[in-house]
Write a protein that binds this ligand. Sequence first.
Ligand code: C2G
Length: 133
Amino acid sequence: MNELKRVITYGTFDLLHYGHINILRRAKALGDYLLVALSTDEFNLREKNKKCYFEYEKRKQLIEAIRYVDLVIPETCWEQKRRDIHDYHVDIFVMGDDWKGKFDFLREEGAEVFYFPRTPEISSTQIKDDLKE
Ligand code: C2G
C-alpha cells in the first residue's frame, strides 16, 4: 500500500466561487488528503493589500464545507511554506498558474510543485465590480 499523498494549497478564497472549487478539485485529485492554508485577515491586509468581504472564520467555514478539503490551517506569512511542507508531511504543493514559478523552491524541501491554469473570467474582484454596476 503506497503512502497516502498529502497535498497543500494556499489562498484567500474570499467570495468563494467556481474558480476556487476548480483548483481545490484538481489539487485533491493529485493525492489523498488536501490541506488548505487560508490567508488570515491580517496577512491579507499587510501582504496583499486585500480587505476581505468575509472574515477569516467565515472563509474557513466555507472552505471546510467543500468535499475536497480535509484540513484548513492559517496562512500568516509568506515564509511558512517551507516549514509547512515538513510540519504537515506534504508531498505535493499546488497553486493556480498566476503564481507559476514563484514557489518552485519548495522542490528543495522534497515536495512536487504543480501550477494549474486559472479558471477564466472569474475572480472575487470581478464579482465585486459586477455587483457595483
Ligand atoms: N484561482 C483560480 N482561478 C480563478 C481564481 C482563483 O484557479 N479564477 C486560484 C488561484 O490561482 C489560487 C487559488 O484559486 O491558487 C486562491 O485564489 P486567491 O484566493 O486569489 O489566492 P491568492 O490571493 O492568489 O493567494 O501564498 C499564496 C497566496 O496566499 C495566494
